[in-house]
Design a protein around this ligand. Structure first.
Ligand code: SF4
Ligand code: SF4
Length: 705
């Protein structure tokens, strides 16, 4: 990974009484060390990638503390790592993006939750739910319920999040149960500060090693029948009451009193900041947290503590539960608790708020106003209504001024090596027709947007080939599965390739070998080029350095295997057509090789800056369009989609069609030239070399050329 987290690593070393400033997800990293964690693992994914990235780059410091860090190859391997805490008093933490990562980890989590833990275990989940979420919209809550693992949802404030990390380990140990902590996108990125404590060197560590397996063999620590029958009983009879006792005694949930004592709001801790903003808009709270409406903020959303819910709701006329998403697990449980406790308070929740999607401030203002209208008509909600009307007016004004804006789908980075493959597939489709394309998770998903619009299914990370297995035998044209190298190592090798070989499947698999798990921030993979191979000269690619994917596939028995240079569009199209037409009946794999441009630019930028500072010659390649020969049909744009290949007004007063133009961000990847050649487009494109610190020869040549 070329991105440096040097500053963040330094913050991990802050001592007792110093002040940490920064992002919440990095505060979690520091809190783990303050808690004496013995080992940390995880799989990258927004919004928690930084946790692991920082830990990996802090390796030298963590070695000093004796903390083991592992960049796992999937969430399943990260969850299985927590097995270290079943038999040993070692605290462990892992992280991944949820819900997808929790789905992948589900098997190991079930076993872990059944066996129970001795050392505290904390699973930090990037809760990628709601607007801005990039995976399917489900919540992690159901995993907590199904496996009886506890779920923290801390109020987004750095001191509270840090406190909950530390208490989370204690809760886990007090109840022998793994604890999950969900952090929404906004919570991960909230900025703030907290007073630090010294990091605790763990009791069991790489410096103080275990001297063997447990002295006494305890069969009941193995999640295997018949032990699992007892473990199931332990969950509800022993662990759950122990957890509730700990939560109540340590006051992990918070009550904020308010003068409107006949009303109450019960809210997931993670939504607290949005609620306070909504109450402010309604004139019912101030910026410092004082509220007129009593609030119970659930920093632990599972398990609920019945006594806390009943004590908060007794004597109230009505209680509103604010819980994002569906189904409304918390509201349903509170309904049961109030009914069993004979509490008369009227219960509201999803009848005031929407069922699907996250709760923004606007929707909270509307929902609260509805609740107050029913139970506290004396509360003047007009400030909130005025605020909503003002927003509506602004939206209408913006729409009137701007008109209908064209959609701006996300796309590949400028110069991305994956774009040319889709150009080649689009070109080939003109001859052989469009196949069924099963997509995977990763940057290549951008190929499903305009101008490529390729991709019929998306079934998960590393799942594209497996998801084509049912289509292939039913189709007259071979389906194509696209997979990144990240997806290949995550799940694609076994779920896709091995399954296809076992079943003697047909079909074409295109593996985008860009060298990194790029979509999650360019983390390293088994097939990433080694550090020394990346120090290549400007103009060369670092990805050529290894052939790990190729040798793995050959070893597994893949016979039809071709490696192509992505930027050679004509060659990629030729090999692709060959794969689609060959008589060979088995799996056809095309390795599309080209280094992630984002990573490449990060690596080259300092090299170029150094050369310039030393007044040395550098060459930057740039493509351009000759506006006099451009016909204005934009076929180049429809074949490329590069953000720096765009349009401008036609300089010819006799022609009205805008002409194509290349703007300044062009990184000279060469796709424009390749496309023009492969698709036999107009001869408008030219390649230019921008020379800085030119030599005498350059100057002379420049004068005469
Ligand atoms: S991060 Fe890399 S692979 Fe992903 S779109 Fe950007 S250049 Fe392409
Ligand atoms: S050469 Fe073309 S496709 Fe490549 S970065 Fe420049 S404008 Fe974009």
């Amino acid at each position: 990974m070329e991105r440096s987290f040097k500053e963040e690593v330094e913050k991990l070393k802050l001592a007792e009484g110093e002040v940490f400033h920064g992002e919440a997800i990095l505060a979690v990293t520091k809190a783990l060390l303050q808690s004496g964690v013995s080992y940390v693992g995880g799989y990258q994914g927004a919004p928690v990638s930084h946790l692991l990235d920082v830990m990996v780059q802090a390796k030298d410091y963590l070695d000093e503390l004796g903390v083991h860090v592992e960049a796992c190859t999937s969430e399943a391997s990260a969850a299985a790592m927590l097995g270290a805490s079943i038999n040993y008093p070692a605290r462990g933490a892992v992280t991944w993006k949820s819900i997808v990562g929790t789905n992948v980890a589900a098997d190991a989590l079930s076993y872990l939750a059944s066996a129970g833990v001795m050392g505290g275990t904390l699973i930090v989940l990037g809760e990628d739910y709601g607007e801005g979420g990039v995976v399917e919209q489900e919540r992690s809550h159901r995993f907590a319920l199904k496996s009886l693992m506890w779920l923290l949802d801390p109020r987004p404030s750095l001191p509270k999040i840090v406190e909950l990390v530390e208490r989370g380990f204690e809760l886990s140990e007090a109840s022998n149960t793994p604890v999950m902590m969900e952090l929404r996108i906004r919570a991960c990125h909230v900025q703030g500060s907290f007073k630090t404590r010294n990091n605790r060197a763990p009791a069991v560590s790489t410096r103080h090693k275990l001297d063997g397996p447990p002295k006494e063999f305890i069969y009941d620590r193995l999640a295997h029948p018949p032990a699992t029958f007892r473990q199931e009983k332990l969950k509800s009879d022993v662990r759950l009451p122990a957890a509730r006792k700990f939560i109540a005694e340590r006051r992990l949930n918070e009550v904020f009193p308010g003068e409107e004592s006949s009303l109450g709001i019960v809210i997931q801790g993670g939504l607290y900041n949005g609620l306070m903003l909504a109450l402010q808009k309604l004139g019912l709270a101030d910026a410092f947290g004082a509220t007129r409406i009593p609030i119970l903020a659930l920093n632990v959303v599972y398990p609920l503590v019945p006594e806390e819910i009943i004590s908060f709701s007794t004597e109230k006329e009505a209680v509103l539960v604010l819980e994002e998403g569906q189904p409304e697990f918390i509201e349903q449980e509170i309904a049961t608790l109030l009914r069993r406790g004979d509490v008369a308070a009227k219960l509201h929740g999803k009848d005031c708020m929407h069922m699907a999607g996250d709760y923004g401030v606007e929707s909270l203002v509307r929902g609260l106003a509805k609740f107050f209208a029913a139970h506290a008509p004396h509360i003047d909600t007009s400030p909130g209504q005025r605020w909503l009307s003002a927003i509506e007016r602004t939206k209408q004004l913006a729409a009137a001024l701007l008109g209908a804006l064209p959609a701006r789908p996300p796309t590949f980075c400028t110069g991305c090596p994956e774009r040319p493959v889709f150009s080649a597939m689009k070109l080939a489709a003109q001859e052989i027709g469009r196949p069924h394309v099963s997509m995977d998770v990763g940057c290549h998903c951008f190929g499903s947007f305009e101008p490529f619009s390729q991709g019929n299914t998306l079934l998960g990370y590393g799942m594209s080939l497996a998801s084509a297995a049912g289509v292939a035998p039913l189709s007259s044209r071979r389906p194509v599965a696209i997979m990144g190298d990240g997806g290949f190592w995550h799940n694609g090798l076994l779920s896709g390739v091995a399954s296809n070989l076992l079943n003697k499947g047909d079909g074409v698999l295109v593996i985008m070998k860009n060298g990194y798990a790029s979509a999650t921030g360019t983390q390293e993979l088994l097939s990433s080029p080694p550090e020394d191979a990346r120090m290549v000269a400007i103009g060369q690619s670092a990805v050529d350095a290894d052939r790990t994917i190729e040798s793995t596939l050959s070893g597994l028995g893949v016979k039809w295997l071709r490696t192509v240079n992505n930027y050679k569009v004509g060659e990629v199209a030729r090999v692709y057509k060959e794969a689609m037409a060959t008589e060979y009946p088995g799996l056809k794999v095309i390795i599309a090789e080209g280094e992630c441009q984002l990573e490449r630019q990060r690596r080259l930028r300092p090299q170029v800056a150094k050369l310039l500072s030393e007044h040395k010659r550098t060459i930057r390649v740039k493509y351009g369009v000759d506006e006099d020969t451009c016909t204005g049909d934009h076929s180049c744009i429809r074949l490329s989609g590069c953000p720096t290949l765009t349009v401008k007004d036609n300089p010819d007063p006799l022609r009205s069609d805008p002409v194509a133009t290349v703007i300044d961000g062009c990184v000279g990847c060469g796709l424009c030239g390749e496309n023009a050649h492969a698709a036999v487009l107009c001869p408008s494109f030219y390649r230019a070399e921008v020379i800085q610190n030119p030599s005498l020869w350059d100057r002379l040549a420049g004068r005469f050329l």
